[in-house]
Design a binder for this molecule. Sequence first.
Ligand code: 5GP
Length: 114
Amino acid sequence: MSEEKTIFKKIIDGELPCDKVFENDRILAFKDIAPVAPVHLLILPKKCIESFQQMESEDLALLAEVGQVAQGLAKEFGVASGYRLLTNCGAQAGQTVFHLHFHLIGGRDLGPMA
Ligand code: 5GP
């Protein structure tokens, strides 16, 4: 992994601003800067993990917590009846920021997956 901080690490460290919607010691969530739907949130572990594929067994609790945070935010943002929760893993899947994050997308008819 590159030694240079990712944009998300800079946001976690408070060096760049974000529109924060949730934070605790382990997880941060904020609004995506280029939303593809009325609700487009990013939920990420603060721990530097490059992508889903780099997760290790010790990170499983973080994954569960991301899920809990996603459920709470889906309710809070009024999309609990239907939303997409996804992570792009690797450049070929469209990952552009190499700090593990999950997109919570909703608020319109999302249609089939591409
Ligand atoms: P990926 O393509 O890696 O799955 O998702 C990266 C996401 O981060 C994109 O949806 C992009 O719009 C968002 N993003 C990139 N830079 C920033 C930023 O500086 N602030 C925020 N809030 N979102 C960002």
